[in-house]
Design a protein around this ligand. Structure first.
Ligand code: FAD
Length: 433
């Protein structure tokens, strides 16, 4: 990877907002065509699409259906686990979307009738649409090993959807004795936020270092390598003694784990081919597929994700339905909040164009993913993407991004944390208003 050059990156993207601005501005016409758009899910992808559609043309009737009155962002939720933030500090409401005229309905979508172009809800409501957007995020495909069940999550949280699960895991970490073990079972690819488990391990190691210094973090992985591995391991060496007998963190790769035989909530053990880890707190992050409604609506492929047209995010199965964010297959873009936000803007442009009978341009996308591995210790990976018509992929633009250098100065690492916090504030505003 080339060294990260922020100025070059910004020059290429024109800044994230400008990328969106350029795409959103292109097909706008003064005459409002209206049309009805129903959006399933008020997370990053759904909320961004709703907001940018309404901004593109206030005459479009936009309904957003979401079961929760408050959305908790997964991004920065690892800081809740380490006590650096409270749960309230990662909460956002839908007031900003309501204020610009979006009809926000608190309900769960229970069915999508693609032929009849209508959406029904658990609360008994029906909504007709010209275009539907499905952005339900992920659901879990539990492993077949012993002891694992949905009921288990009350005792062994996944905390991979932020909210009550995050609060539960934090409570368990606080209650854990000094000298205890936290065991994180990391998921196989592909999954939401590839650096997330390792940022989590880092944040919890930081919490232990200051509050329970005899405690340990054990990561049982289902992979032999992971996102930003060099940077994480560098941070772990510098901050948490990684590679020494006193390391707070132990990472066990897939080969060393072998098969996981069981996770037993009654004995709080994880049994692998080679060892039995006895833990005080276990965090099992299961394998993932698209959100359940995408599956029941028949939008998923045999791997559990949704194939879409990469210019418009329109489903390859059901015309008139667009799927974006984590649930979609957006080649080479990581499953991240920033990706979902960028895709939401492109999708809004595509729907606005379709409603008006206009042609859609060639979109570009952006993603930056920050990780905070310790106090004043951050790094990031950034990329700009463009649709490649020949290969039909969303591909990284050569020379457009990169990683924070491994030998970055302490000042640069500190600034990365500041950038991460400012990115967080900006994406909240950009997505939910
Ligand atoms: P979501 O944001 O999950 O939204 C889905 C929404 O759909 C939810 O609100 C849900 O309630 C709703 N929904 C589901 N089913 C239905 C239904 N049937 N009817 C109505 N509504 C429904 N990304 C980053 O960019 N940067 C980070 O630093 C980062 N850190 C992360 C850290 C962690 C620990 C985790 C777990 C994730 C992190 N992510 C990060 C990833 C990011 O949170 C996701 O990629 C992003 O939320 C995906 O957006 P989405 O819209 O696809 O799904």
């Amino acid at each position: 990877m080339t060294n990260f050059n922020r100025r070059g990156f910004l020059k290429l993207t024109g800044g994230a907002a400008a990328v969106a601005g350029a795409v959103v501005a292109a097909p706008h016409v003064a005459k409002a065509a209206g049309g009805k758009v129903v959006i399933v899910g008020g997370g990053v992808g759904g909320a961004t699409t709703a907001r940018y559609l309404k901004l593109a043309d206030p005459a479009i009737d936009v309904t957003l259906i979401e079961p929760n009155a408050t959305y908790h962002t997964c991004f920065m939720s690892n800081e809740v686990l380490s006590g650096e933030r409270t749960l309230d500090q990662i909460a956002v409401t839908y007031d900003g979307l309501k204020a610009i005229g979006i009809n926000v309905v608190k309900d769960t979508v229970s069915g999508i009738d693609a032929a009849g172009k209508k959406v029904s809800t658990a609360g008994g409501q029906t909504f007709a649409y010209d275009r539907c957007v499905v952005a339900p995020g992920i659901s879990f495909k539990l492993d077949g090993f012993g002891g694992v069940s949905d009921a288990m999550f009350d005792k062994i949280p996944h905390a991979w959807k932020a909210g009550p699960q995050t609060a539960l895991l934090r409570k368990q970490l606080e209650a854990m004795p000094d000298g205890g073990t936290f065991c994180l079972v990391a998921p196989p690819n592909p999954f939401r936020c590839p650096p997330g488990p390792y940022e989590r391990a880092s944040q919890i190691a930081m919490y232990f270092q200051h509050n329970k210094p005899k405690s340990k973090v054990v990561i049982l992985d289902r992979k032999d390598k992971f996102s930003k591995q060099g940077l994480f391991m560098g941070a772990w060496k510098e901050l948490y003694g990684y590679g020494t007998d006193n390391s707070i963190i132990r990472w066990v790769n897939a080969a060393e784990v072998g098969t996981i035989e069981s996770i037993d909530p009654s004995t709080m053990t994880v049994k692998t081919d080679f060892e039995t880890v006895k833990a005080d707190v276990i965090n099992y992050i299961p394998p993932q597929v698209a959100g359940e409604i995408a599956i029941s609506a028949g939008l998923t492929n045999d791997k559990g994700w949704c194939d879409v047209d990469k210019v418009t995010f329109e489903s390859k199965v059901h015309p008139g339905i667009h799927v974006l964010g984590d649930a979609s297959v957006a080649t080479s873009m990581l499953k991240s909040g920033y990706s979902a936000n960028s895709q939401g803007k492109v999708c809004a442009v595509a729907i606005n164009a379709a409603l008006k009978g206009q042609e859609m341009g060639t979109p570009s996308y952006v993603n930056t993913c920050y990780s905070i591995a310790g106090k004043d210790y951050g790094f990031s990976v950034a990329a700009v993407y463009k649709y490649d018509k020949e290969k039909d992929v969303i591909a990284g633009v050569a020379g457009s991004g990169g990683l924070t250098p491994g030998d970055a100065s302490a000042e640069m690492r500190r600034r990365e944390v500041e950038f991460a916090y400012s990115w967080y504030d900006n994406i909240l505003k950009d997505t939910w208003g």
